[in-house]
Design a protein around this ligand. Sequence first.
Ligand code: GLY
Length: 549
Amino acid sequence: MLRLTSCILILLFSLPLNAAQQAAVAMPDSYSAEAAAKVLKDGGNAVDAAVTAGFVLAVTLPEAGNIGGGGFMLVYKDGKADFLDYREKAPLKAHRDMYLDKQGKVMTEKPLYGILASGVPGSVMGMWQAHQKYGSRPWKALLAPAIQLAEEGFVPHEKLVRYVERYIERVKQDRHGRNFDQYFSGMVTDQPFKQPELAATLKRIAETGPDDFYKGETARLLAGFMQKHGGLISLQDLAQYTAEWRQPLSEGWQGYQVLSAPPPSSGGLVLLQMLKMQSVLQDHFAGLEHNSARYVHLLAELAKRGFADRAEYMGDPDFYQVPTDKLLADDYIGRRAMEVNVEQISETAKIQPGLKESEDTTHYSIIDKWGNAVSTTTTINLSFGSGVVVEGAGFLLNDEMDDFSAKAGVPNYFGAVGSEANEIVPQKRMLSSMTPTILLKNGIVTMVTGSPGGTTIINSVFQSILNRHLYQMTAQQTVDAPRVHHQLLPKDTLRHHPDLNEQTRKALEKMGYTLDGRRFGDLQVISRDEHGQLQAASESSGRGRSLVF
Ligand code: GLY
C-alpha cells in the first residue's frame, strides 16, 4: 500500500544527480512525441522542441492542438524560470453583456459554438516569441514536420477518427454555424488525412513568422471570414494582438520549489493554495491511504476553498488587480486550512471567497539534455473549439469566450462561476485553469506536469504532484492513478475517474457527496526517480506517447 514517505524522496534528491544528457518528452500523441524527440536528438533545446510540438499538434490533434487558440508556456532554462502568456483576447467589438438575451439570460450556446465564440488567437505569436527569446534552431526548420504532416497527411489514430465521427453527428443535428464537417468528414482510419489549406497557412507562417497570421494573408482570410459570417475578430484585433512574458508563480512545498502559471490563469494560484493548505494540514494527511475516502474528502475540502477564491478574485491582471500575494500569504492560507472540516463536508454556502475582511485542451512536457524544461498547456477550449474552420486557411477557431463570466454567478460550460474580475472587456484575456507546472529540487528539475480538462486541470496537476512526491509513484502510476475533482459548485459534487475504488465511493456517498464518474484529464508527466533518472508517462486512457532517450 502506498503511504506518505516524502522524507525519503527529499533525502534522495539531495544526492548528486546522474542524469545530465538524458532528455524526455511526454506528449498527447505519437506524432508530436516523435517530432519533438527528433528536435532534441538533433541538438535543439526544450523550447525548440516545444515549438515543433505546438505546430505538429495543430495538425494531428485537431480537438485541442491549434493555431486558432492560445496557451501558456512555462520555461525553466539555464537556471531561470520564465512564463509566456499567449492566451486569446476578447475582440475589440466584444462587450460585457454580449451573450445575454433581452431578458438578461445567458445564451449558453453562443460563447461555445459558432462564429461568436472565439477570442483573438495567440498561439502563433506565442510560438514565435518563445522562439525569439529561447530558440536555437531555425524557425522554418521547426515548422517543417507540421507542414509535411498537413501536406502529405497523417494516419489518424482510431480514437481520433471515432471522436471526429461523433462530433460530426452532433454538428449535423445542431449546427450552430459550425462548418467542421466540411473539413473533417474525410477522416478515416488507415488513410493519410491531408489538410492542404492548413499546410499552405503553415508554410506562410514558416516564411514570415507572425506577420502572416496577424497582418498578412492569413489575417485577411480570418478577418474576411469573420465579416462574411457576422463574427467580431477584425484586422485591427489581429494587428494589435500581443503575447506577454510574465513572472511565474513560485512557492516552496515539502522541500521543492513549485513553479506554475500566474494570472490570467487561475491554475497556478489555486494549485499553490491547495499545496500550501496541504502542508498546513500534513498531520491529517500523514499515513492516509491513497484514494481512501478520508484522503479524497481532504482534497475536496482544499479545492472548495481554492475555487471560492477563483470565482471572486481571479481574472486578467492587465485589467483587474488580482490579489496574488494575499491569496498565497502564509497567514491567509493557515486560516483557510484551519477552516477545513476533516470529518465532514463543509457547508457549501459557508465557503465564501476568503479575503473579504475566487474540456478539452492539451498539454506537453519536455526536458532537454541540458536539464532545461518546458511545460506547455494549449487550448481551443472544448473539443474542436467553436467547430468553425477558417475557410481558405484551414484551421479551427477557439471557443475561449466561454471562459469569461458571461454573467456574474452564472456557471460556464465547466460549471465555473465568476464575477467582475472575469467579465468581458475588449482586449481582455479570459480566466484560464491551465496549470503548466515544474518542480525543482536544488535547482534541478524533478517534475514537469500538466493536463487538459478545463477546471479539472487544477486538481489533476495537484494530484499528480501528490502522487509523485507524497506517494512515491512512478511516472506511469502518477498519471494512471484514479483522480477526483471538486470545485465548490455544484454543491458537494465529486467528479471521479470511473476506476476509483468502490469502497471509497461508497464511503464518500455516505458522507453526503454526490458522485459523478466521468473521466477527465490527460496528464503528460516527466519525473526524476530516486536515482536521478528521468521517467516520462502519458495517461493510458489517451493516445499520448512518452519517450526518454
Ligand atoms: N479553456 C480551458 C482553460 O483555459 O481553462
